[in-house]
Design a protein around this ligand. Structure first.
Ligand code: PGA
Length: 253
């Protein structure tokens, strides 16, 4: 099973110059490197997708940062899964805590998006995780139950689940990160939920990754020793050197 490293570029690369600079730096860092065991997925802002599609080489896959559950119509300002596919996306990040916080997205809306992504041939990267002070078991069980409602045994294999404790995201200035054991416990919690809902055989096929301040200096503790299948990377994905360093460490693990 291939590992994953996913760049959450958020609302960055704010003009064409920044985008072109990113391409140049990325190409420079990518030259001569191979990642036989890892899928590299870049999720840029929608406005850059076409350029990323033209620029990217075979080593890279693309994902959207969000989507609307309907495929077309009168939904001003929204992006459909079919549009994402036509711009080369194979993945889509759903339920990110920043969308829950700033756009008031709830589990029901995220569930509609998960179902629609699967129906339209996109792999959802479903983010779950607790806020500071929240009880992890209660929050995660409810998020998993509600966001995965109606997902069939056949389709669940195509869902990636990302454990991302909200307090550990770099922009929330964490004073510490979860320990390897804490991340392992979160992984077990997700696995247990999947086993109970879909059975052991199917649950084993679902990839579970970690997100929250992943950097070259902590990827071993956060993503490898904790037995995660990869990483969702925000801030460090803006620096191709660091991002590909993390990818190399994951690839060789
Ligand atoms: P971070 O972001 O790596 O900057 O903490 C991760 C995310 O928000 O997905």
């Amino acid at each position: 099973m291939k590992k994953l490293i996913i760049a959450n570029l958020k609302m960055n690369l704010i003009n064409l110059q920044e985008r072109e600079r990113y391409f140049k730096l990325f190409e420079k860092e990518l030259a001569g490197k191979t990642f036989p065991n890892t899928e590299i997925i870049l999720c840029p802002p929608f406005v850059h997708l076409e350029a990323f599609k033209k620029w990217k080489n075979k080593k890279i896959k693309l994902g959207g940062l969000n989507m609307f559950p309907e495929t077309r119509g009168s939904y001003t300002g929204e992006i459909s899964p079919v549009m994402l596919k036509s711009l080369g996306c194979e993945y889509v990040i759903l339920g990110h805590s920043e969308r829950r916080r700033y756009l008031s997205e709830n589990n029901h809306e995220i569930n509609l998006k998960v179902i629609s992504a699967l129906k339209n041939g996109l792999t959802p990267i479903l983010c779950v995780g607790e806020n500071k002070g929240q009880e992890i078991i209660t929050v995660m069980q409810e998020q998993l139950r509600a966001c995965l409602a109606g997902v069939s045994r056949v389709k669940i294999e195509n869902v990636i689940i990302c454990y991302e404790p909200v307090w550990a995201i770099s922009s929330n200035n964490p004073d510490h990160l979860p320990t390897t054991n804490e991340i392992m416990s979160a992984r077990l919690l997700i696995r247990k939920f999947l086993v109970e809902k879909f059975g052991v055989k199917i649950a084993e096929k679902v990839k579970i990754i970690y997100g929250g301040s992943v950097a070259p200096a902590n990827v071993v503790e956060t993503c490898i020793d904790s037995d995660m299948d990869g990483a969702l990377v925000g801030k460090e994905s803006l620096t191709p050197y660091s991002f590909l360093k993390i990818a190399q460490i994951i690839d060789k693990s």
